[in-house]
Design a protein around this ligand. Structure first.
Ligand code: NAP
Ligand code: ZN
Ligand code: ZN
Length: 350
């Protein structure tokens, strides 16, 4: 089936209208008409070829909310008309160490986890195409149930990547009451990190390079806000954090943040800049047994857990709605850290 989509044809060509093929609905497939798709910084990195291994045409989009239009004969959990979500993954091997553990994003099968876009389909080598499109067909295991209210759906889309990418490390490193937690970078991921860490009961300190976001960060749930370019404000928090989640999408000095960790504290990186951070100081780590870690999105079961937690606590993303044709100006604003706090495309405009 041919459907409408927006694609980059090369790292230097702007996204533009095209058509792509979607497979027929297989026995375990769910066919979804896409209502909303969030705009992740990864979409920009990928479309512009800032990461290695990108293949074109590239149709970004992995924060997908839609309505089920058809289901295969063996599908049990979804029905035509249901509102569902699809995130960064559409398949994995299902039987490796990580898949057995519900951590499909770390799949160690021959082809690894299958990315929603720029994924390499088994055997055929064909590309996968993401949510900047009218519809998508996905194996039911990778389709999430959405329990939010209908009027919240546009603001739920970013939970499928920004939400789970911050939820998974916050849970893995036991963020909750009695813990002092830093969230670095108040963009799409960071603003969700603030909301989720606050809802989990931690003392939350937001770090921003943008003084204009200080009041917003408080409104999002931060107990304190630090302008990270101000050394005095940074020094006031030396050796005090249990955990720091760093969402920054650009190379920067990590030592400024590891110095704020307590003994045995961890800073987890989720941002994937196009060039490396300056090498961190070993002494900063050794002398207080501090750790720098990384984390990749989250598994399907924990994504459902996060979505249900958010529905129960009334948590959604702060979004700016755009039409599909506004994607290039939106990318330009994202590059300048000027988004409050996630663009979401109304897919009715494709
Ligand atoms: P975003 O909305 O652009 O937010 C990034 C924020 O980082 C900006 O709003 C800005 O916050 C801060 N920042 C930007 N440039 C900076 C600089 N030079 N120095 C210090 N701070 C800077 O991006 P996003 O969608 O949240 O994504 C963030 C990163 O995570 C991207 O690299 C993305 O590819 C990656 N990502 C990783 C995963 C994963 O699984 N690990 C999943 C999704 C996305 P302030 O204005 O507050 O400083
Ligand atoms: Zn993403
Ligand atoms: Zn696997």
């Amino acid at each position: 089936m041919q459907i409408k989509a927006f694609a980059a044809q090369s790292p230097t060509s702007p996204l533009a209208a095209t058509t792509i093929a979607r497979r027929e609905t297989g026995p375990k497939d769910v066919a979804i008409d896409i209502l909303y798709c969030g705009v992740c910084h990864s979409d920009l990195h990928a479309a512009r070829g800032e990461w290695p291994g990108m293949r074109y045409p590239l149709v970004p989009g992995h924060e997908i909310i839609g309505r089920v239009s058809a289901t295969g004969d063996l599908v049990k959990a979804q029905q035509v008309g249901d509102i569902v979500g699809v995130g960064c993954m559409v398949d994995s091997c299902r039987h490796c160490y990580s898949c057995d553990d519900g951590q499909e994003q770390y799949c160690e099968g021959q082809h690894g986890w299958l990315q929603t876009y720029n994924g390499w389909l088994d055997g055929s080598g064909e590309n996968t195409y993401g949510g900047y499109s009218a519809s998508i067909t996905v194996d039911e295991h990778f389709v999430l149930k959405i329990r939010h209210q209908e009027e919240q759906l546009a603001a739920v889309a970013p939970l499928l990547c920004a939400g789970i990418t911050t939820w998974s490390p916050l849970r893995h490193w036991d963020v909750g009451p009695g813990k002092k937690v830093g969230i670095v970078g108040i963009g799409g991921l960071g603003h969700m990190g603030i909301k989720l860490a606050h809802a989990l009961g931690a003392h939350v300190v937001a770090f921003t390079t943008s003084p204009s976001k200080v009041q917003d960060a408080r409104d999002l749930g931060a107990d304190e806000v630090v302008v990270s370019r101000n050394p005095d404000e940074m020094a006031a928090h030396a050796r005090s954090f249990d955990f720091i989640l760093n969402t920054v999408a650009a190379p920067h000095d990590l030592d400024a943040f590891t110095a704020l960790l307590k003994r045995d504290g961890t800073m987890t990186l989720v941002g994937v800049p196009d060039s490396p951070h300056p090498s961190p100081s070993v002494a900063n780590l050794i002398f207080s047994r501090r750790q720098i870690a990384g984390s990749l999105i989250g598994g399907i079961a924990e994504t459902q857990e996060m979505l249900d937690f958010c529905a129960e606590h009334g948590i959604t993303s702060d979004v700016e709605m755009i039409a599909m044709s506004d994607i290039e100006p939106a990318f330009e604003r994202m590059k300048k850290s000027n988004v409050k706090y996630r663009f979401v495309i109304d897919m009715a405009t494709i």
